[in-house]
Ligand binder design. Structure first.
Ligand SMILES: [Zn+2]
Length: 243
């Protein structure tokens, strides 16, 4: 086997997966921590975040605000500022972010960009919970539900995507008593323990409160420093319709 072929066996050729290497000569040898430790940490966090392959690519740089209404720029600024201030505010009561309103305006993209940056740059554990698919997966499996709800309570940052996503022509919020109960248990626990959430929803704050006053109020209290409600002409705002 030639050397280059051998090297390919390692995730990190520099330390040959030893997470460090010896530098200098006896008696002054020192053990150097390899920089791949950080990369490995981010990889592990990304895996446990349940962020999909496709979503891993979503960042601030590939979010287009050019020619978009001011409110889209506001949402972008809000998300970026939230990431930049995260370390300073993470233990406060108002330590969370909500991007609300208009479907297709890029709310999920922006919050996923925050999540990816938290994981890759600050090495903060994040859990992605897509509201509709997440509950579909859990509804028939009590053990799985219990385990997931525990993780949702304990992870450093919880990203709830498309909370109460409305359905049908009347745009009726999707929220059974059971779903509300689970969400409230998670969000209230996080509120009491000053643990951040990131929420995207087509509903406004008032509409969230109409679904469930206690849950809506909690979300408002946690997110009020970083909340943007996107409203307006769907044709202008929906960047998925472009190209
Ligand atoms: Zn290494």
């Amino acid at each position: 086997m030639d050397e280059s072929e051998e090297e390919k066996q390692y995730d990190c050729p520099k330390c040959q997966d030893q997470l460090g290497y010896i530098q200098g000569e006896w008696p002054n040898e020192v053990w150097i921590r390899c920089s791949c430790i950080e990369w490995r940490r981010a990889q592990r966090l990304m895996k446990s975040s349940e962020i999909t392959e496709e979503f891993k690519k979503l960042g601030f740089k590939n979010f287009n605000t050019k020619g978009k209404p001011q409110v889209i720029q506001d949402a972008y600024d809000c998300a970026l500022e939230y990431f930049q201030e995260f370390d300073a505010i993470k233990c406060q009561r108002q330590n969370s972010i909500a991007l609300l309103g208009q479907p297709g305006a890029g709310k999920t993209h922006l919050l996923t960009a925050v999540a990816n940056n938290l994981i890759n740059r600050l090495h903060v554990p994040v859990l992605y919970f897509p509201y509709v698919e997440g509950f579909n997966d859990l509804k028939d499996d009590f053990d799985k539900l219990e385990e997931k709800v525990e993780r949702m309570k304990k992870v450093d940052v919880l990203f709830i995507d498309d909370l109460f996503k409305p359905t049908g022509r009347e745009r009726k919020p999707r929220a059974t008593e059971w779903q509300i109960e689970q969400m409230y248990a998670v969000v209230n626990n996080r509120y009491l323990n000053h643990m951040p959430i990131m929420v995207s929803s087509e509903l406004t704050v008032d509409e969230l409160c109409n679904v469930d006053e206690a849950l809506g109020t909690r979300i408002y209290q946690m997110c009020k420093d970083f909340t943007v409600v996107i409203k307006g002409d769907r044709k202008i705002l929906n960047h998925r319709l472009e190209d």
